[in-house]
Design a protein around this ligand. Sequence first.
Ligand SMILES: C[S@@+](CC[C@H](N)C(=O)[O-])C[C@H]1O[C@@H](n2cnc3c(N)ncnc32)[C@H](O)[C@@H]1O
Length: 289
Amino acid sequence: MESRALHLLLGMLRAGLVVEEREGRVELTESFKMALRYRDLIEAKLDFAELVAGDFVGKFTTLLAQPGRFFEQARIFDLFSYDRCFDSTPENLAMTRRWMRFTTTLTKYEAQACIDHHDFTTCRRLLDVGGNSGEFALRICRANPRVRATILDLPLVCGIGQEHVRGEPEAVRIDFVSAGAAPADFPKGFDTICFKSMLHDWPDGDMVEFLERAYQSLDSGGRLLIFERGMVEIGASQMPYSLIPIMLFFRSYRSPEDYAWHLDRIGFRDIKIQVIELEMPFYLITAVK
Ligand SMILES: C[S@@+](CC[C@H](N)C(=O)[O-])C[C@H]1O[C@@H](n2cnc3c(N)ncnc32)[C@H](O)[C@@H]1O
C-alpha cells in the first residue's frame, strides 16, 4: 500500500477508535481489543450487511412505497429462500449454509440474554420450532443439564444443524425433526415450546396457526416462549450500518401485545412480556397452557 493510502486507512481506523498511536507505534486500542473477543459476531454482522446493503442503497424507495415489488427484487429474500431447503443439491446446501451462518452467530449471543431472563431449571423436554442449527437449544442445554431438546425445521436446515451440534457434549440431548413447508402438527410430549425469531417470517394467519399447533402439542401446564425483535424504531440517533438487514424486515416485526392478544384468545394463561435491550429491543413473551 502506498503511503497516502496507508495514511487514509490509519486516519479512518483512528477515528473509529480501532487504533491509536503510542510512542510512535500504531496499536489496537484497549476498547477495540475487547470488541475483538466477539470477532465472529462482528464478522457475521459485517458480511450480512454487505450482502444486502444494495437493497438499502439501490431500492430504498421501492422498500418504502412498493413492498410487493421490493419482495420480488431484493437480494435479502433471495438469500433466505426456504424453498431451497428441501432438495439436497450442492447449490441448495451452499445457499442454506450461507444464511444459517448469520442466524447461528446472532443466536449464539442472543440466546444468552434469553437464558438470563427465563428460568429453564424445571424444563425437561423442549421443542424449538424453526430452531435452525440447534444453536439456541445447544445454549439452553449447556446451561441446563436436565433439558432434552428437539428442533423442528426444514430438512436441509436440520441436516446442517446436526453437523453443527455434532462434537458438542450436549449433542446426545438434541435431536432434529424435519418439517414441511406449511404449518403442520408438531410432535408431542413437550413441557416447553419456543419460537425464537421465527414467527415474524409469517403472515398473521400462519403465525396464529403455529401458535394453535403449539397449544395442541404442549403438555398441560407447559410453557410457550416467544423471543422476537421488537418493531424497528428510529430514536435520536441513526440506525447503525449493522442493522440494515434487520431494518429491511421492518414490516415483519409485531408488537408483543399483538402476540399476547392471540395467545389469550387461543387459551394460554399467565402471559408475561419482558423487554430485553440488545442492539435493539427484543421481547420475551411467556405463556402457560
Ligand atoms: C428467521 S429464521 C430463525 C432461526 C432461529 N430460530 C434464530 O433465531 O436464528 C426462521 C427459521 O424457521 C425455519 N422454518 C421455515 N419454515 C418452517 C416450517 N414450516 N416449520 C418449521 N420451521 C420453519 C427456517 O428454516 C429458519 O430456520
